[in-house]
Design a protein around this ligand. Sequence first.
Ligand SMILES: [Zn+2]
Ligand SMILES: [Zn+2]
Ligand SMILES: [Zn+2]
Length: 153
Amino acid sequence: MGGAPEDRSTEEIYQRLRDEDVKLTNQRRLIVRILAQCQDDHPSADELHRIVREEDPDVGLATVYRTLDLLERLDLVQTLDVGDGRTRYELATGLHQHHHLLCLQCGKIEEVDQDLLGAVEDTVEKLAGFRVVDHELKMFGVCCDCEPEEQNG
Ligand SMILES: [Zn+2]
Ligand SMILES: [Zn+2]
Ligand SMILES: [Zn+2]
């Protein structure tokens, strides 16, 4: 959390919803805003609901699910499955751009905001004649909080 309270992507999402003739109810606005705020935490619907309810106790879990479904259908939200049985959500960031690092000890999810796979994509295209437009990469390991000691001392 923290950082800029209202970034550009929130406004872009509101605009997309208006373009799609989706009614921008206060509850939908709130859900989008909270999702943008806790984007880095990759919340599940339950977690998102808990935070949303701190601001508006009238928002039901079903509304959160329906809003997430709607955003996902419009490609504004993407889901992430880290294998713990919960679907996590984040605002869609566009093609190729980010990968997830999953700590096996504390469960933290970190992001790498670079593609890094250009050479792999070139090879795939040459070998298989397949043009890559997107990919999803999850790396499992141990984060620096769980394994802080430096090897190069
Ligand atoms: Zn790529
Ligand atoms: Zn960790
Ligand atoms: Zn992410």
